[in-house]
Each structure stands twice: as structure tokens, then as C-alpha cells.
Design a protein around this ligand. Structure first.
Ligand SMILES: [Zn+2]
Length: 60
């Protein structure tokens, strides 16, 4: 038998993984009001490329 109670605890209390966005530039993580609608810029560093790696090499 697996410990289902531990599963239920996940997401509540300590060591909670916040479901949100994290900026690639400044590593700033935040939780938006609406997860489906991502902000255009990072609220901290105002970078429009917060959701992308710094240098994305395009091979094409
Ligand atoms: Zn940022």
C-alpha cells in the first residue's frame, strides 16, 4: 500500500512548489493571478524574454 496521505499533503505547507513563472534572466519567480495568461515582461527586471533562455541558438 502506498501512502496516499503524503500525496494529499503535497502542495500544502512547507516545501511547496509554487506553480508560477520564473524569469530566465533574473531567476525571479512569481505567481501570477492568471496562470494561463503569461505576462509580457518580467515584473522584476522587465525583460520581455523572461520565459526564454538567454541565448537561444537557432540552427536554421
Ligand atoms: Zn526577470
Amino acid at each position: 500500500m502506498q501512502n496516499n496521505k503524503e500525496m494529499e499533503k503535497e502542495g500544502i505547507g512547507k516545501k511547496v512548489l509554487i506553480i508560477g513563472h520564473k524569469c530566465y534572466r533574473c531567476n525571479h519567480a512569481w505567481r501570477p493571478y492568471d496562470l494561463e495568461e503569461a505576462p509580457r515582461v518580467c515584473p522584476k527586471c522587465k525583460s520581455p524574454y523572461w520565459d526564454r533562455p538567454r541565448q537561444e541558438k537557432k540552427r536554421r
